[in-house]
Each structure stands twice: as structure tokens, then as C-alpha cells.
Ligand binder design. Structure first.
Ligand code: NYM
Length: 211
């Protein structure tokens, strides 16, 4: 019987190093002969919602512009990818996610939206085996190269997102990663958590859904 793959989510602020580290984890799996893919959210290639989200991020002038519609679009973007991701996991592929529902929730909470309202559209999505929260002082990411290019990359807003990420942190399956460390040290920390979780996934653990 094929063992299912692990669903590993990287979360954190813009420019916290998630994308670099998802790539390094992919390379690690591939070197070890493990099937794995990176799934980025928002998935800007998803035909129904991707182009609209991309356009919003590139053109919005305030962080709160059309906030309910934007929230639902980000969620719909995840729903549109779920069947494919479930199949990949079922055939034994590890799925490495660059952001997921928790970005959706934290970014919308930072806009002042209601918690029950923003969590509801996520109910029923696949629950990750592990969430790696890239913990870094918002002032440090704001100083990083490339910060500020898109609609939600505003300094006061990032500080609010950081506070909300900490608020929704769930100690049963989230781990904090010190994202201020060097790329190699962060990678080592990621691997130590991933290796622990892989042991639990091999025990034929059933999928759980976010509730
Ligand atoms: N973002 C991302 C949200 O506001 N809600 C979501 O559900 C998700 C997945 O999109 N500033 C925001 C966070 C980022 C922006 O993400 C684009 P990225 O990782 O830069 O492509």
C-alpha cells in the first residue's frame, strides 16, 4: 500500500525566507528520492481566481480594498486546488506549501475582520501535518531587498499580520522557525521538524480537515 505524502506548510510574513526554504526542502526530498512538489498560495496560475488575485496584489491602493471579496477569492483559490493536492498526497508525493489558510486568516484579521467570518471558508480544507511559522521581527523583513512591491507589503500592516500570526499559532502542529538565522541554519531547523513529522505520517495517518 502506498504511504501518503506529508503536507508541510510554510507560513510567515512577506520576505521572511519561505520561498527560498521551500525550494531547499524540495531539493532535499529529491536528493533522497522522495516525490515532492511545491504548491504556492495564492496559486496565480489557477484559472478561475489566480489572475484576479494577481491583479489585486499588483494594483490595489489600500490594504482594505474589497476585503470580503478578496478574502473569499484567496479561499476559493485554495479550494480550486484541493482535489489535485489530495491526489498528489494519496499517491505518496510530499506537498510543500508556500502559505496556506493561515495567511488568509492572519492577513484578513490584520484588516480588522471578524475571526469566525474569516475562518469559516477554510473549514473542510486539508489539515497540514506540520506548519512552520517563519518567525522574524517585522522591522527586519521590511528592510529586506524586494519588500514593498505589492499591495499588502506596508510596514504597519506587516506588524499587524505578525501579531495575528502569533495569535492563531497552534502548538499541537505548528513550529516556530528563527527566520533571522542564516539560510543554512534555517534549513537545518526546518529539516529537524520535517523529519520528526515524517515518522508520524508513515503510520498511515488519515487526512484531517481544518475545523
Ligand atoms: N495573502 C496570501 C493573503 O492576503 N491571503 C491569503 O490567503 C494568501 C495565501 O498575498 N502579501 C497575501 C500575502 C502576500 C500576498 O503572497 C502574496 P506571495 O507569497 O508574495 O505570493
Amino acid at each position: 500500500m502506498t504511504r501518503r505524502g506529508a503536507l508541510i506548510v510554510f507560513e510567515g510574513l512577506d520576505r521572511s525566507g519561505k520561498t527560498t526554504q521551500t525550494q531547499k526542502l524540495l531539493e532535499f526530498f529529491q536528493k533522497n528520492g522522495k516525490k515532492s512538489v511545491i504548491q504556492r498560495f495564492p496559486d496565480r496560475e489557477e484559472p478561475l481566481t489566480g489572475p484576479t488575485i494577481d491583479n489585486f496584489l499588483k494594483t490595489a491602493t489600500t490594504v482594505s480594498q474589497s476585503k470580503e471579496v478578496i478574502h473569499l477569492l484567496f479561499s476559493a483559490n485554495r479550494w480550486a486546488c484541493m482535489d489535485r493536492i489530495r491526489s498528489q498526497l494519496n499517491e505518496g508525493t510530499h506537498v510543500i506549501m508556500d502559505r496556506y489558510s493561515f495567511s488568509g486568516i492572519a492577513y484578513s484579521l490584520a484588516k480588522g475582520m471578524d475571526k469566525a467570518w474569516v475562518c469559516q471558508p477554510e473549514v473542510g480544507l486539508l489539515k497540514p501535518d506540520l506548519v512552520l511559522f517563519f518567525d522574524i521581527d517585522p522591522t527586519v523583513v521590511m528592510a529586506r531587498n524586494g519588500f514593498g512591491g505589492e499591495a499588502l507589503e506596508r510596514s504597519d500592516f506587516q506588524a499587524a499580520v505578525y501579531a495575528k500570526m502569533n495569535e492563531i499559532f497552534q502548538k499541537e502542529y505548528w513550529k516556530k522557525i528563527n527566520a533571522a538565522e542564516t539560510i543554512e541554519n534555517v534549513h537545518e531547523e526546518v529539516l529537524s521538524h520535517v523529519n520528526q513529522v515524517l515518522e508520524t505520517v508513515t503510520a498511515e495517518k488519515e487526512f484531517q480537515i481544518l475545523s
